[in-house]
Design a protein around this ligand. Structure first.
Ligand code: ZN
Length: 431
């Protein structure tokens, strides 16, 4: 039995690379392929980005799927490429495919550990478990970033360069949607470790579990979801790092009971997970509060801090567009506050309905002359180049107008003087 890709087996690393390159041509209008780094043995870590404007900055959330972090768990490789293929074939034909491509920058890393896949081993070629290699709040041994594995460093850099709002890493060996925290401060076993976004994580994990054919029917995990530390604690995991350092709400999805299932099962596993994957990506724009923050004085976007009461975790609007995307459990009322140095904070009460997001823009007033100056200095020193350029252009408009004014005055004076001089030339000399 062949799937939509015409494939019913695990692609080798070379075949996967060829497939991705072919796809990026075949579906080039909505995709871009690039390597975010290389593995220990020099294999590229290919990322396929799908969007109506791939590779271009937009005021949209980004979502990522990471497959094959553990080399002996290959199903994620196959699901991510099938997801890409399905979206390509159904864009402008299916409402969900179209809304995902139009509203999200979806990044797919089919294999984070191609060396492990080639060796059919969990660890990378340096025999390191990549899901124990990230810096960890409870495990300072991993704090030295320079000593992390090349695959880990590539993924950390990739995460820092994108506005990932949520993501999922695909694993095998169980059937459950796992969410942070993965560990706890005293390293105890089977203790629920609640993160500040526990309710948001449970909502996202349930989105996946409920849309899956079997996951929510689990006898071991109520609702098919689990807190990581409550299941078994681990340190140096990728999902906690995502949340702490990038505010990215990452799940660890265990999508099949056994590792490396028979190739004959791939199509069935894809069918079981397809709707879950689509629903999870869609939740980045179909839930929560989304908007932009601007300065009333300059009209420029502000990289403001967004705080929601009841959540001891803030997110930042982007400096380029001022856009923010705060995922929240639906069906509740929230008080959302935008704040920025040198500006008066604003708070708004909103209702987050089921199945749709809430749009909320903020316009913040400068607190005064000193605040205005401070804000401008801050913009000049902390924003990226494009924003600084926008600010410079904004100011240069006034500089240019002033310069033009001086020119007009000088020209007028010169004209008057010249007329007087000509008149004096023609006039008889006074005696
Ligand atoms: Zn795994």
């Amino acid at each position: 039995m062949l799937n939509s890709c015409g494939i019913s087996r695990y692609l080798s690393n070379t075949e996967l690379e060829d497939w991705l390159k072919d796809f990026s041509v075949r579906c080039g209008r909505i995709s871009r392929l690039n390597s975010i780094g290389t593995s220990v043995q020099g294999r590229d870590l290919w990322v396929l980005e799908l969007s109506d404007m791939p590779g271009q900055a937009e005021a949209e959330p980004a979502f990522k799927f990471v497959g094959n972090m553990h080399g002996d768990e290959p199903v994620g490789r196959e699901l991510t490429i099938r997801l890409a293929d399905w979206l390509c074939m159904n864009y402008k034909r299916d409402a969900m495919a179209t809304s995902i491509i139009d509203n999200v920058h979806l990044h797919l890393l089919p294999s984070m550990n191609p060396d492990g896949f080639a060796n059919r081993s969990r660890n990378n070629a340096n025999n390191v478990d990549l899901n124990r290699d990230f810096p960890d709040q409870f495990f300072p041994q991993n704090n030295n970033e320079a000593r992390r594995q090349p695959e880990t460093l590539a993924v950390m850099k990739w995460i820092r360069q994108n506005n990932f709002v949520a993501s999922a890493s695909l694993h095998e060996g169980a059937l459950v949607a796992n969410y942070p925290w993965d560990g706890n401060v005293d390293k105890r076993f089977f203790i629920y470790a609640e993160s500040p976004d526990d309710s948001t994580f449970r909502f996202l994990a349930s989105v996946y579990s409920k849309a899956h054919r079997n996951m929510s029917k689990s006898h071991e995990f109520p609702g098919g979801i689990t807190n990581g530390a409550a299941w078994y604690p681990l340190y140096g995991g990728m999902q906690d790092w995502n949340y702490i350092h990038a505010r990215c709400l990452e799940l660890t999805l265990e999508i099949y009971d056994t590792k490396w299932p028979p190739e004959s099962q791939i199509v069935q596993i894809w069918e079981e997970n397809r709707q879950s994957m689509l629903e999870l990506v869609s939740s980045t724009f179909k839930s929560g509060v989304h908007g932009k923050v601007f300065s009333s004085a300059s009209g420029l976007p502000l990289a403001a801090t967004i705080q929601v009461d009841g959540f001891n975790q803030t997110i930042k609007a982007t400096s380029q567009f001022g856009n923010y995307h705060r995922l929240l459990p639906p069906g509740k009322a929230y008080k959302v506050t935008a704040s920025m140095d040198g500006h008066t904070s604003r708070s708004v009460h909103v209702l987050s309905p089921n199945g749709e997001s809430t749009a909320l823009d903020f316009i913040l007033d400068p607190t005064g002359g000193v605040g205005q100056q401070h804000k401008l200095m801050r913009l000049m020193t902390t924003h990226d180049d494009s924003d600084t350029m926008a600010l410079l252009l904004y100011h240069s408009k006034f500089t240019f107008l002033s310069f033009l004014g001086v020119l007009v005055i000088l020209f007028s004076c010169f004209g008057c003087k010249r007329r007087l001089w000509l008149r004096s030339e023609k006039s008889p000399a006074k005696v």
